[in-house]
Design a protein around this ligand. Sequence first.
Ligand code: SF4
Length: 449
Amino acid sequence: MLDPTKIIRAALITARQLPNPRSNQRNNQRFDEGYAKGGDVEPDTMDQGAAAPAASMPSMPVPSTDDTVNLAKQTLAARPRFSIKSAGTAPASAEQMGDYQFTKLDFGKANTNTLRAAFDKALDRHLSLPEGERIANSRAAIRALEPHMGRRKNGTPIALLSQNAKLLKAQTGTKDKEPLMLDDGRGVETIGLSLYPDYREGDLKLCPNSASCRSQCLGKTSGQYSQAFTEATEKAGSVTARQRAMNRTKAMVRDPEAFAVRLWDDIESARREAERNGNHLGVRLNTLSDLHPSIHKKLIESQPDVSFYDYTKMAYQPVADNHHYTHSSTGLSQEGVNNPYTNWPKMRKMLDRGDNVAMVFSGSKVLPKVVHDQETGKRYNVVDGKSHDFRPLDIQPEGADGVIVGLTNLKSTGKRSQAHMDSEGFFVHYDPKKHGDTVPVIPQKKKED
Ligand code: SF4
């Protein structure tokens, strides 16, 4: 799930950088239409071949988008409490399962249940192997993913995880802020997995609640992601960031077991590197997606010394005590603007149960101190969410309300005073002269309910 600030920054960068907007728009649209139908993603032959291994996999009910309200009402008594582990906590092992080949999924067979089952099976086996066999298994996983991922020009395999400017802030700091430091003296390194945003195939939706954001998503509109991949770019041998995201996505949905092994290895490698640097590792598995956490549960549990964190537009619950979510506001209806996608009633429930909510305000620098819900009279504190991305540090004491993680409008065009109207309420209007330090929330029309 994407940091909402990035959506807006992305639109700007796109406007500045596209050499031929109309041409690119056509290419993007053609591509999106193609991948939505499955045409550009896989040839028709992907529907043929061996019987899908998914058929024999155990099934588990998966919440739909509409279930988010029910999930939000769940009691939180049994929910794991997030904690950052001390250095040296060893990865978990699992029972020996014996030999088998990495199973593949035919086109249309990937969904939350089949991916979860494949990840669980692959990790159980991988973590049970003696060191030498585990190395061989890692090599086999690289070979299995190569048809999707390719290799670097120097022949080395391409890692699944990467960094970007926001992720780097925790490690490097900014001109106003020092690098992050945990209470035990360790710094923080963060890394993320970027899949193809809003990818759909059969029952699988990488972003199940994307109506408000898919058209502006960073993963299609930012500078490096704005260039769609076409026959021309492929012939020219160029691999765009967008194509790399699609390659990773295809690797996951076609070869989920090999993908899970490779992902675990990449995380383990980054964890060891961070440890050598005297740092703690944070991982975002949904930098450009919003996958159900059951897919990653075993992976997260098997790396207890790593903090996994994401933004989500769903009502997902953390699956382990090293797993953390920040919920994403889709903005507000305010004076002069009716936001058709406002999710404030749901966000209010999240705040009341102690979860944090990311919200983007209209100014470029200044954040309010408080958001005041006029319907209930409750006041929610705002914390600065722009200086780094490692959101677990925003966690509030047990029993306290959650906080608004304030993000600012980095748009370089348009009037800040009009941003809330120009964005249909995605930017929350904040004028210090008019509002002081408190943004009021008027009763919202509950279209979503
Ligand atoms: S389309 Fe997906 S990745 Fe993009 S902003 Fe929406 S939820 Fe986030």
